[in-house]
Design a protein around this ligand. Sequence first.
Ligand code: UN1
Length: 495
Amino acid sequence: MTKEYKNYINGKWVASSSGEIFENTNPANCNEVLGRFQKSNKKDVDKAVAAAHKAKKMWRDTPAPKRGEIMYKVAELLVKNKEALAQDMTKEMGKVIAETRGDVQEAIDLTYFAAGEGRRLVGETVPSELKNKFAMSVRMPLGVVACITPWNFPIAIPSWKLIPALICGNTAVIKPAEDTPLTVVNFMNIFEKAGLPSGVVNMVTGYGPDAGAPLVEHEKVDMVSFTGSTQTGAGIASTCAQRMKQYSLEMGGKNAIIIMDDANLDLALEGVMFGGFGTTGQRCTACSRVVIHKKVAKKFTDMLVERAKKLKLGNGLDEKVDMGPLINDKAREKVHRYVEIGKKEGAKLLTGGNYANGKALKNGWFYQPTVFAGVETKMRIAQEEIFGPVVSVLACNGFEEAVDIVNDSTYGLSSAIYTQDVNRAFKAIEMLETGLTYVNASTIGAEIQLPFGGTKGTGNGHREVGIAALETFSEWKSVFIDYSGKMQKAQIDHD
Ligand code: UN1
């Protein structure tokens, strides 16, 4: 019998109130059921939020350095369990083992980095306009934070949200994506082993919107942090706006790499391969557009097609495999729909464009690495997020046009430029309307020491990770202390 995993509420592992379960499967072998998980509903969410609400005062009163020390233990346990976490993650998510190890490493980096903030959480002191008066700002927790996390970074993204939220003194309820609940169950085990007090972190697994929607709506949830689709994010934004809750959204991308005629094409090829086909194209930072100077377009496209054809598809646990499957059947259908759209729009399909049905692949959600050339910026395949291994090549006449093409997008997450001209590189950094820009490197692989997030339709202006995460998961209180012993009136007693 496949193992059943419970919800984690108030430090206990509990079954859902309905008694219903759902299963997760291995996308490289869809017949393999990995676990049975609680199909939670509003009742379970109520219990989890009540636990987080109850733990709020105790956790807020715990000195921040002490909160940080528990996070150091979390980091140590992540290090100790890195390989086991990565193995489980590849099984339930499909990406290759080198990448799932990287996913755990990202959570480790983030946890060590953010744990240190427990000893800082700095505010400001500024001189008052008046005599004998002191002015400073301190950070306050927001309260109960709801984290709704995606399947493509099953532990890194939960860590981005939970660790800074807890360091800032918030308590949390997390609802992992239905395709990757096991990794978050494993993460909860780590929090438990690290000695995090009961109720500070709670987890409800759920299927469809049954748990996520009541969590967002819950009156005792003070803030929602969401990474996922634009459609779901827009729904969360309107629910939160009506209830005056804070929310942080990280959604799609249509990230581009510019390749100038002076670029090192071999290096650029590595960047496009990694950005376009790494994680089977399922990163919000994935490179789905290559904007290339027409002088080198043909040469580069030939190189790209040759390499794409050589990618070895298969089960990500095999160290020799380059690219795993897509997450599920719906994702694969969506990718294929976009390929059909691209063909109808007049783009030239150079390689791929279909389900990968080789012998070892027919039981999984595999899709061929796909390259389109002759793509124009108005085409849907150049505008909409496909979230699969599809790279569109757009030719341009020069730098200014390349930048215009990249910026002609409703998204603004990541961008990159390959050039040897340092002046052009700096100009690109200034002009590209994205939250991340890389020079002579791919669009993927952001490190956690710096803010992560995008402009335009990618998000709502918040940033996660880096010091910026503290802004997202806390709010400011300004404090004025008047030690004059008099009634001093600000602004009025000015002269
Ligand atoms: C995502 O795809 O949602 O920069 C996050 C990167 C990773 C994070 C991606 N560090 O590609």
